[in-house]
Design a protein around this ligand. Sequence first.
Ligand code: ATP
Length: 582
Amino acid sequence: MKFSQFTEYLEKLEKTSKRLEMFEILSEMFKKVDKNEVKPIVYFTQEQLLPPFYGLEIGMAESMIKKALMKISKESEKDLQALYKKIGDMGLVAEQTNQNNPSKGLTIGEIYDCLYNTVKISGEGSVEKKTDHIAELLKKCDSKESKYVVRFILGRLRLGIGDPTIMDSMSKAISGDRMALRKDIEKAYNLCSDLGWVGEELFKKGIDGLRSFKAKVGNPIRMAAAERLPSAKEIIGKMGKCAVEKKYDGLRLQCSKDCDKVEIFSRNLERMTPMFPDIVEGIKKQINANTAILEGEAVAYNEETGELFPFQVTITRKRKYDIEEKAKEKPLVLFAFDLLYIDGKDITREAYEDRRKKLVSIIKKGFTIRESERIVTDSPKELDEYFEESIALGSEGIMAKRLDAPYEAGMRNFNWIKLKRSYKGELNDTIDIVPIGYFKGRGMRAKFGIGALLAAVYDEKTDSFKSIAKIGSGLTEDQWVEIRKLLDKNKVEKKPARVDTEIVPDVWTTPKYIFTVMADEITLSPMHNAGKVGEKPGFALRFPRIQGWIRKDKKPEDATTVKEISQMFKMQKRVKAVSFGR
Ligand code: ATP
């Protein structure tokens, strides 16, 4: 597909924020692609050069684009700067500057390769070389192509297309039906975290290619998540005999070992390898397998007392500088709780208990890698006792696990159930929200320019972000200022794509950051759209307050879902009924 043809779709996509329209446009586009260019097209639509786990940042600044534009036009830096100041979009600056340039008809694959090779340039003089490359590329582009190339480089395409919409569109393009292949596409995506690769398999090998899809060492597997239940009794009622593991309060890490090469991924599948040299060493020394993918929770460990440090201490290990010193000062222990791949074989379909046995058998005794502690029981009383004991020893609670369950990548279901301490008058779990805008604030807050966030949760069914609360407490004054600055970077004029709310904040922002929020309870309200169906009111949070800071290990679609909120709402009613009955 010619890049110029692709930009026509981009233009249409830009004009809508409605998911269904986006889906129609993308399905039309996928019908026309050649099977060899599915990968770059998917990456472009995801607004990335490669999936985040490759750790490849485009890392080119506006100043480089300006220099490239100076090379190909007669404009001076001053003129370009003035134009940029006036229209505030470097893509439009490129469009105007390159107004009379004819297109050389590059394909999307050629543009992709050129950008990839440019980003890969490193070492001395790399900034100049990259600028030259971009200038050469823009010389071959007409004005519209230049606009989108520049926006892509700067991460400003802002189409806001979610992965589910891309998956639906590929299913429609191949099978004529939105849902026919959707589950298979998603399953394969969950196993490799690379939608470009999955798309390529689908377009080249058809549905059989997808159905035989296997995890591959080096590619992170999307992490499984847990459901909630309010009591030991309900957990045993649901699962019967199950494993009850300590719920460690640290950082979830997925470690992939391919002989001497170890990679570490975070909850949202970003590459964290350089941050945790002690865990890399631990995996090399203590994991007795050539290839393996295992998961665990990393917690800072106090060697003096044998105690686990609280989360606030563990999180200090997430840093860009002084990594080695900090690793010595606060060594981590990885409590491994699952094994997904071993010696060339994807074992996600095997039962938890079998995977666990294999996991235990490959861990050599040592400091860093240990198996997570657990009991196996069918007694609510024993579960409760273990829960209390775990809390007393610094855990957050317990994770109950179904013994015969496969590892369902990317799924949140009752294969795992979490139970946390419930404080009086509070929900027994926190909620992860994503800001979709903010209010400027009155009184004291007016001086910060922000008084409250408009917060949303994620609706998987419609791939949209639905409002659930206005949140004005929980942050320090400095944090309010900082969050306003961060949100301003993602400020948009109108309601962003995939955002669903009737409330109009003073400033709209595209969904990007996740915050953890505690609230007294979930209530019903006609104000908010989370869970709203026709006349049925939506859900709202009573006395919501932010806890901590941005959850960098989660992406917007990892926010708590409307389905979870609805389950928590029902659970809350059950807990109330029980406590009033006492
Ligand atoms: P989630 O991961 O479910 O989206 P979250 O990040 O807000 O939610 P919690 O709801 O507190 O975290 O619980 C799930 C997390 O608990 C897991 O993602 C994992 O990081 C952590 N965890 C700690 N111990 C275990 C264990 N033994 N088994 C599985 N997960 C564990």
